[in-house]
Design a protein around this ligand. Structure first.
Ligand SMILES: [Fe+2]
Ligand SMILES: [Fe+2]
Length: 205
């Protein structure tokens, strides 16, 4: 994986703006910290973070051409906003350029914007780091960072909540995957607390 990291860094120098590079590296720093704290593969997290926005600054017409060459058919909101293809294109780039078939890395990259239900730990970390890295500044971000260091799942819920609230305030459209992710997270949280209550009941009884 080390050569992948090296090559990705080189590719980023050509593909993205300086500002975007700062975001990507900051994202890597925070994601690696979370990976260490939550015992998740740090190298995979690094590769996913480096790749996630590699195509974010590619002009729309070029992005659409690359997507077509990769066999990615724009659908749903991607038709209205082709920039949303950048995650999917980056995941396909990893597969084609580096023969990466690791599903956890690929889903983390492809779904970093929308999120999705049933996401793995690497995808959760990339999703969080994308919104919480050090260059991000908005009300509550500091608390969310601390929460992410303590409790990954709860941080994903609260970060998603903040993103959805913001999108609603701005009257942005929501991805269906985002809504499904929200429902999945809450169902998991409820079943966890039911199990906890059952255990408490048994211990108490
Ligand atoms: Fe992105
Ligand atoms: Fe990003």
């Amino acid at each position: 994986m080390r050569h992948v990291v090296k090559e990705l860094v080189r590719a980023l120098n050509l593909l993205v703006t300086t500002r975007r590079r700062r975001h990507i590296y900051s994202c890597c720093d925070f994601a690696r910290k979370l990976a260490r704290l939550h015992h998740v593969d740090e190298e995979k997290v690094t590769v996913a973070c480096l790749a996630h926005d590699a195509f974010r600054d590619v002009p729309t017409s070029k992005l659409l051409r690359i997507a077509k060459a990769y066999g990615i058919e724009p659908k749903g909101m991607e038709l209205e906003h082709p920039v949303l293809l950048h995650g999917n294109v980056a995941a396909e780039y990893l597969r084609r350029r580096f023969k990466i078939e690791d599903r956890d890395i690929l889903e983390a990259v492809a779904f970093h914007t929308s999120g999705k239900p049933n996401m793995g730990e690497i995808a959760k970390i990339v999703f969080l780091a994308d919104s919480l890295e050090e260059t991000r500044a908005y009300e509550g971000v500091e608390d969310l960072r601390r929460l992410a260091e303590r409790d990954l799942d709860e941080a994903v819920i609260q970060t998603l909540r903040s993103k959805v609230c913001y999108a609603m305030k701005k009257e942005y459209l929501l991805f269906s995957e985002t809504v499904e992710m929200w429902n999945w997270l809450l169902r998991n949280k409820r079943s966890k607390s039911l199990i906890q209550n059952d255990q408490d009941g048994v211990e108490g009884g």
